[in-house]
Design a protein. Structure first.
Ligand SMILES: NC(=O)c1ccc[n+]([C@@H]2O[C@H](COP(=O)([O-])OP(=O)(O)OC[C@H]3O[C@@H](n4cnc5c(N)ncnc54)[C@H](O)[C@@H]3O)[C@@H](O)[C@H]2O)c1
Ligand SMILES: [Zn+2]
Length: 410
């Protein structure tokens, strides 16, 4: 027995007794302990819903539960809803310069028309500004403007803004209320839901942060009209991820409706965002702090993050994840977990959406492998992979050899 067994055993133990874990299987292969957990949720795929162009769902976290409201044109309604929910009397709207320039007036007018006091506070757009320095500057600004514990922060923008605004809210005066108004597809289907907030430091991405849930998430699909195509595709990669990890019907829906989804058809985009938020909400309700099942949301991210890093972030996150999802699907097939035909379906869907499926030839493979070992998800020097075992079902394993990684990196 060569592996460090403790991290392996502690990793999936939270699944034992979980009704959604179909089986837990311990076996020894070539003297190495393999511990696989299969997570299947048939009920979920049956619950795949039609949504029109407005819908509401709930993230169930006991007293910290909160609504996600999806509605076309909702930016101008947010003030009224905030007033009804009595979240705070005064709001700091945190936004990057781009989003503030495009939509700042609409949101600020909505708050003012509802009789709410609000200040728009901006920072320069881009991941390079997701730093502790930005948090310090924004906190100083809040203090200078006299914001106190009865006030609230609204994160208005993409994932960078949401992560910054959430972390600011979690720490300003030891925590003030927080609301998310995501404006990129990635933020609408992923980062605004689930309470992960934080910033980057030179040693790594998202290394300083907090779990801090918002009071509400407001999603207006009309803002996607101004999103650059690359950003839209990046978000769609995360959308496809949800189909692969948890919902076969949704995967088929994405295959069949590609053109309308890419054209941002309001009904289909609402349905798409609703389904992703539903899946993320269910996973987060089950495992808020990523002790177990929440790890499946990292499908495609182990190799994806490494590829993103090795490209010096010239590849945007979602497209690096697309490459990572293909690599993980191939690893699953190499290990006899995923049928070749299912692996090909995953590749084909990503290709349908014009996403990259191969690690760019110019990227240094050794550098990618070094990134893999420093992955936050590595435990005791072992890198964990989230591998599909069919479309809509996922396993977690650490038993991937370097030769297999070399093979899928190409
Ligand atoms: N907290 C989480 O759970 C979680 C999950 C996934 C990703 N993230 C984080 O999210 C970040 C990436 O988010 P992102 O992809 O949204 O990037 P982003 O916030 O940088 O937005 C991308 C660009 O689009 C612009 N933009 C935003 N909305 C727009 C709109 N409607 N029209 C035109 N332009 C618009 C922004 O100004 C920015 O320049 C990363 O920092 C990542 O770590 C967090
Ligand atoms: Zn991601």
């Amino acid at each position: 027995m060569t592996c460090a067994i403790n991290p392996l055993l502690s990793f999936p133990s939270s699944f034992i007794g979980n009704p959604k874990s179909d089986f837990v299987n311990i076996s020894t292969t070539f003297g190495v302990m393999t511990f696989l957990v299969t997570i299947k949720d048939n009920a979920l795929s049956n619950r795949y819903e039609e949504a029109g162009t407005m819908s509401e769902l709930q993230v169930g976290l006991a007293e910290r539960s909160y609504p996600i409201i999806i509605e076309k044109g909702y930016l101008s309604e947010i003030g009224k809803d905030l007033l009804e929910r009595n979240i705070a009397k005064r709001f700091a709207v945190i936004s990057d310069d781009r989003v503030a320039g495009l939509y700042g007036t609409v949101l600020m007018d909505s708050l003012k028309q509802a009789g709410l006091k609000a200040e728009l506070i901006t920072f320069p757009h881009g991941e390079a500004n997701k730093t502790l320095e930005t948090i310090a500057q924004l906190a100083s600004k809040l203090a200078q403007l006299g914001f106190d514990r009865n006030d609230a922060v609204i994160g208005f923008g993409g994932g960078v803004t949401g992560d910054i605004a959430g972390f600011l809210a979690s720490s300003y005066m030891r925590g003030i209320e927080f609301v998310q108004v995501p404006t990129t597809l990635l933020a609408q289907v992923d980062s605004s839901v689930g309470g992960k907030t934080g910033v980057d430091i030179p040693e790594g991405k998202n290394l300083v942060g907090a779990f801090y849930q918002p009071k509400a998430v407001y999603i207006d699909i009309s803002v996607l009209q101004t999103l650059p195509q690359q950003e839209l595709l990046g978000g769609l990669a995360e959308v496809i991820k949800y189909g692969v990890i948890r919902d076969q019907d949704f995967f088929v829906f994405l295959k069949e409706n590609r053109e309308k989804i890419l054209a941002l058809d309001p009904t289909l985009i609402t349905r798409t965002i609703h389904t992703c938020c539903r899946i993320k909400a269910d996973v987060v309700s089950e495992d808020e702090r990523e002790g177990g099942v929440r790890k499946i949301l990292n499908y495609g991210h182990t190799i994806g993050h490494a590829v993103e890093g090795a490209s010096d972030y010239s590849l945007i996150h979602g497209l690096a994840v697309a490459i990572g999802m293909v690599a993980a699907a191939k690893l699953a097939t190499l290990n006899g977990l995923l049928a070749q035909s299912d692996m090909e379906r995953i590749v084909s869907l990503l290709q349908d959406y014009q996403m990259p499926i191969e690690v760019p030839a110019e990227l240094d493979r050794e550098r990618i492998k070094r990134y893999l070992l420093t992955d936050k998800k590595a435990v005791g020097g072992k890198v964990y992979y989230i591998l599909p075992d069919s479309i809509g079902s996922t396993q977690i394993t650490a038993e991937i050899t370097e030769e297999q990684v070399d093979l899928v990196l190409g």
